[in-house]
Write a protein that binds this ligand. Structure first.
Ligand code: ADP
Ligand code: MG
Length: 337
């Protein structure tokens, strides 16, 4: 007997791909806030995000009569046809996050558009809209996610300790704070404020706000442009290196990504400057024409693929090399870690 699964079951299965731990929820919610044009975002977590995640923004909000729709699978305001996939400029586009989150937690959304006289609050539990009411609230959106995986025990077991789950979230929000230096980002963990970025667009300042203890002020600015590629950011001189790539953070078209291509460009640029197994810090922001890369490789969107990888590696190598040579005379050697 072949049967089509009930919506609730199908949603739970699909949710597993998008939402595998508290970090993925925080990531999806923060990306929604950025897509909504927010200039201020507050992220609050408790117990590593397992018990409580709240993301508040001052973005465009959702119309009261659209709130339920936002929780349906493949419901998105960001693309409307297949060809839009070739030129994605928003962080979201799959229309899966809210549906997935709501399938595996107790979720609540409070939202108001600038034109609406009042806001609306909708509670959703295990994919089912539970309560809806009008409410007074500022313009923007707040999403609260409680009791993650309360209805999927297998997933619950897979989560690590509160401390490890929260450190993944803190790492991600730190990265996002660099990528979106013009957005004021506040991070609160178990009731204590970890940082607030000024939101004034100064990336260097944000690197210092977020990473000062590890990095200090040894960073060299990099900048370059070639064809449709442009690169900006900061790298450490050969005098400051780490035992891991933890301080190599990459953004491609505003997305925090893992990129072997950029890692390779860095390694080549430093090849005669650092010993094997030592890695410089690098905060690199690469922009490329959307049609030259594919961001739709994995539901978590942490991977991108370029049409021509060799060109990108070589471009990065050259720009970094120039920056390093211009700072040839850095004397002191400090090995961290
Ligand atoms: P996607 O981001 O891929 O479109 P989501 O499930 O994350 O899918 O969100 C569904 C829709 O809900 C979005 O397309 C957007 O219209 C709306 N939405 C979600 N979060 C916010 C937010 N913080 N502010 C405004 N609109 C939002
Ligand atoms: Mg989204």
């Amino acid at each position: 007997m072949i049967r089509i699964l009930e919506k609730e079951v199908a949603d739970k299965i699909a949710a597993g791909e998008v939402v595998d731990r508290p970090l993925s929820i925080v990531k999806e919610l923060v990306e929604n806030s950025i897509d909504a044009g927010a200039s201020a975002i507050t992220v609050e977590i408790k117990k590593g995000g397992k018990a409580y995640i709240r993301v508040t923004d001052n973005g465009c909000g959702i119309e009261a009569d659209q709130v339920e729709t936002a929780f349906l699978r493949h419901a998105t305001s960001k693309i409307s046809q297949a060809k839009d996939l070739e030129t994605i400029e928003t962080l979201g586009f799959r229309g899966e996050a809210l549906a997935s989150i709501a399938a595996v937690s107790r979720t609540e959304i409070i939202t108001k558009t600038a034109n609406a006289p009042a806001g609306v609050r909708l509670a959703v539990e295990g994919s089912r809209p539970a309560e809806k009411e009008m409410t007074g609230c500022p313009n923007g959106t707040t999403v609260v996610v409680r009791d993650l995986f309360y209805n999927t025990p297998a997933r619950q077991k897979f989560m690590k300790s509160d401390a490890s789950e929260s450190s993944l979230i803190i790492e991600f929000i730190s990265q996002i704070a660099l990528a979106y230096a013009n957005v004021k980002i506040r991070l609160v963990n178990n009731g204590s404020l970890l940082f607030t970025t000024p939101g004034k667009g100064d990336r260097y300042q944000n690197i210092l706000t977020v990473y000062s203890r590890e990095i200090g002020d040894e960073l060299i600015p990099v900048q370059g442009q070639q064809g449709n590629l442009s690169l900006e950011g900061y790298i450490s001189g050969p005098g400051l290196s780490h035992a891991t790539r933890k301080h190599q953070i990459f953004f491609i078209n505003g997305r925090v990504v893992n990129s072997k291509i950029l890692q390779k460009g860095i390694s080549q640029a430093y090849s005669d400057k650092l010993f094997e197994g030592r890695f410089p810090a690098a905060y690199l922001f690469l922009q490329a024409a959307p049609q030259t890369l594919d961001v739709n490789i994995h539901p978590n969107k942490r991977e991108v693929r370029f049409d021509n990888e060799a060109i990108v590696t070589e471009f990065v190598r050259q720009i970094l090399r120039q920056a390093l040579l211009s700072k040839e005379s850095i004397p002191a050697v400090t090995e961290k870690d």
